[in-house]
Design a protein around this ligand. Structure first.
Ligand code: XLS
Ligand code: NI
Ligand code: NI
Length: 446
């Protein structure tokens, strides 16, 4: 898979890109130092392991506005007064950015691609019109759609939720939007479809019938799945957990909560997880922890790569650049077999005060480099060090004898109690945490 640079009528990032790989010694902020797309790791090119993706909403739509002030970032592609004209300009800018960065995938919400119309039908028509154009851009460049989704949180009608809204009329409206977004995803060959429950949650239990809302949510997901399958969508449906924001308590709290919900409603054949680092940390977990839980359940779908600020308790969506944390995440990811049809989507935004055109390039380049480097470090730890062996040894007592019988489901509680008496007081065995930490540190700099 190769991507050709696509520039529309206007070049929106003149003098920037295409970005090339210069190697670890490079001081050029606009070149890759670690992400060599062609580099073979474990028999596959890095490009195919990492499956990077641009997030349309942060990189082409969001202009740095916050609750205290308006946009700061100049985005010429969003300035046309006709919103469909702006959508076409934005598509040009999107494919220029994606192809100049050499990123193989992108992701969007319906409303990023096309503005909402005055009715359900007009909105669907506008989306279909933009999908046609996006199809042409994909064909011309080789860029693919990692996932599509519907924005069920920005419009005021969704202030009390979408699929969990107490008002059925809102739920029906959300269904119309998801139907059109699934049509768009299928038309563009999208490999996954994401549900992030933007406002599926509550601010107060006093006015919330949680049991009913969760039941409605499951019913909504079932209908969406069935419709998608009926129009030929073969990819994975992904739920993206987040514990809070915008509501006080989001129902898709974390990976474990979502897995329990999927199992309760018998949805695990079709649904997996899209895990975002900043959402993991908001839930009091790490990225690695969430990947580990999903991987252990065989439900690892895709990743939204970003990071939060340890001193802030909200979703700051910074570009992922913490190497050590990323190595830990990659170790979990690789032990569970990698991404499959998922990818690594940059659900991240440059800071409000980052207003130079090159800032968006540098942000992506730095993050791609960090992840590539972490992935290479993790693969070397797995292949060259005694990491796996140390972990295996730690559990060796379950590999034979009574331990193996226990693991195989044999021995009842009374058997175990009898064995305890026979075996006597267990000697203390070190968990050797510092040794593992040291090992990781050494590989970081090799
Ligand atoms: C918001 C979410 C959102 C989803 C897509 O916090 O991360 O961006 O990824 O709706
Ligand atoms: Ni996300
Ligand atoms: Ni997020």
């Amino acid at each position: 898979m190769t991507t050709d640079v696509l520039i529309g009528e206007t070049e929106y990032f003149p003098g920037l890109g295409p970005v090339s790989f210069e190697g670890p010694g490079s001081d050029n902020p606009l070149a890759f130092a670690w992400y060599d797309a062609e580099m073979i790791v474990g028999g596959r090119a890095l490009r195919d392991h990492l499956r990077f993706s641009i997030a349309y909403w942060h990189s082409l739509v969001g202009g740095g506005q916050d609750p205290f002030g308006a946009s700061t970032r100049p985005m010429a592609w969003n300035e046309a007064s006709d919103p469909m004209r702006a959508a076409r300009d934005r598509l040009d800018a999107a494919f220029e950015l994606i192809t100049k960065l050499g990123v193989p995938f992108y992701c969007f919400h319906d409303r990023d691609l096309a503005p909402e119309g005055g009715s359900v039908d007009e909105s669907a028509d506008r989306l279909a019109e933009m999908v046609e154009l996006a199809r042409g851009k994909q064909d011309a460049s080789g860029v693919r759609l990692l996932w599509g989704t519907a924005n069920l949180f920005s419009h005021p009608r969704y202030m009390n939720g979408a699929a969990t809204n107490p008002d059925f009329q809102v739920l029906a409206y959300a269904a119309a939007q998801v139907k059109a977004a699934l049509d768009a995803t299928v038309a563009l060959g999208g490999e996954n479809y994401v549900f992030w429950g933007g406002r599926e949650g509550y601010f107060s239990l006093l006015n919330t019938d949680m049991e009913r809302e969760l039941d409605h949510l499951a019913g909504f997901l079932r209908r969406a799945r069935d419709y998608g399958r009926s129009i030929g969508f073969e990819g994975a449906y992904l739920i993206e957990p987040k514990p809070m924001e915008p509501t006080k308590h989001q129902y898709d709290f974390d990976v474990a909560t979502v897995i329990a919900f999927l199992r309760q409603h018998d949805l695990t054949d079709d649904f997996k997880l899209n895990i975002e680092n900043n959402h993991a940390t908001l839930a009091g977990h790490t990225f690695a922890h969430e990947v580990e839980i999903a991987g252990s359940a065989g439900l690892l779908g895709s990743l939204d790569v970003n990071q939060g600020d340890p001193q802030n308790g909200w979703d700051t969506d910074e570009f992922l650049h913490d190497l050590r944390d990323t190595v830990e995440m990659c170790l979990a990811l690789m032990r569970h077999g990698g991404l499959g049809s998922g990818g690594m989507n940059f659900d991240a935004k440059i800071r409000r005060s980052s207003t130079d055109p090159e800032d968006i390039f540098i942000a992506h380049i730095h993050s791609m480099d960090t992840i590539a480097r972490a992935f290479i470090v993790a693969s070397r730890i797995l292949e060259e060090s005694d990491f796996l062996e140390l972990r295996r040894e730690r559990y060796a007592s379950y590999d034979s004898g009574a331990g193996a019988r226990y693991q195989a489901g044999e021995l009842d509680l009374a058997d175990l109690a009898r064995l305890a008496g026979e075996l006597g007081e267990p000697p203390l065995k070190s968990g050797q945490q510092e040794r593992y930490e040291q090992l990781l540190s050494r590989y970081l700099t090799r």
